[in-house]
Design a protein around this ligand. Sequence first.
Ligand code: FAD
Ligand code: DHB
Length: 394
Amino acid sequence: MRTQVGIVGAGPAGLLLSHLLHRLGIESIVLESQTRRHVEERVRAGVLEQGTVDLLDASGVGERLAREGLVHHGIELRFEGASHRIALTDLTGRSITVYGQQEVVKDLIRARLDAGGEIAFEVSDVTLSGVDSASPAIRYRHAGEARVLDCDFIAGCDGFHGVCRPSIAPGVLTEYSRSYPFAWLGILASAAPTSPELIYAHHERGFALYSMRSPKVTRLYLQCAPDEDLARWSDERIWSELHARLETSDGWRLAEGPILQRGVTPMRSFVAEPMRVGRLFLAGDAAHIVPPTGAKGLNLAVNDVRILADALASWYAGRKGAIDDYSPRCLKRVWRAEHFSWWMTSMLHRFDHGDPFHQKLQLAQLDYVTRSKAAAASLAENYVGLPFDYGEAP
Ligand code: FAD
Ligand code: DHB
């Protein structure tokens, strides 16, 4: 088999890349190790930057998003028992949209299949070869058969635990990473949201986040131990922690409801440089991870494949140097988001080293970002997403 771009991974990065390439007249095939049902039901991110929404819309996959996405103009920061609003739209002119990642994935799968695109689910034993040559190939098994996909380029969109990044020879990539001494326990509950906006709460019992998916479904997160055992968290314990960390003395209460899904998310910062080696491009979580506090991971994946589709179109149009710019163009925004995500994480979580100096610094910073218009505007412009040309040469 042969295609122009072989894409490993049907997460948001791989699917959107395939969709954008199709619109540019470039063929691709997507190879995914999981079932279609699994990728469509995987509950993960929920916050889309305005640039992400605009791109999905402009590329023809924004119809359900426009109907069902919840547009938000602010977020709340809670600490020391009080609530403070960051007025995102007043400060930046932009907004965010709450729309589940799996809904983006469903919309993209539908668009690809409707356009006759090929996505092979449940592939196994994926290996890459020839990425340093002009004819790379992907070997894999599908429906019990060994197959070879010859291509011009390979896009490694297979997430942090995928095979593409590890297939690069040792010493070629420089990896930067940081792990955090906590994780998030996330739940999806069948309960009507009682707050119209997201709430990020810094609390002595640990961080908590209040979010939602629809007028009937709440999404909530609690800071927990990095190796947390979910079996130790009864429904009662989860709700009692959420009440304690999120509720304030002004009488606001969160509504409880049946827990539909639960899971533990590890927290990590990671960047691999460069994001292109020969004919292999890494995009999305395959190249970089941010802790979820800044809501940046999915949005960075979208930006990577936006740049990649553009670079590949230029290459096919005869501007062969365009692919050299892919990694540096992506990394500007990646490092900005790495810093923002690390900063939000450091400011909002409880650190168990019991250092009172550090706790005072966290409170001083929270006080500053909610009191100073300049500081609030800085948080807001990062949260809603910097313009796509951020970091580009003038
Ligand atoms: P993935 O979504 O990981 O997709 C990779 C795909 O590759 C998967 O389908 C996987 O099955 C497949 N794959 C892996 N290995 C192979 C293989 N060997 N062969 C074939 N296929 C393979 N980001 C935000 O922007 N906003 C948020 O609010 C936010 N909240 C989050 C909350 C949680 C709880 C979590 C876990 C993440 C959150 N993120 C958020 C991050 C976001 O979910 C990721 O950054 C995003 O999924 C990255 O997309 P991706 O396509 O690069 O990778
Ligand atoms: C959600 C996830 C995040 O990581 C975040 O910062 C905000 C919201 C969510 O799943 O809704």
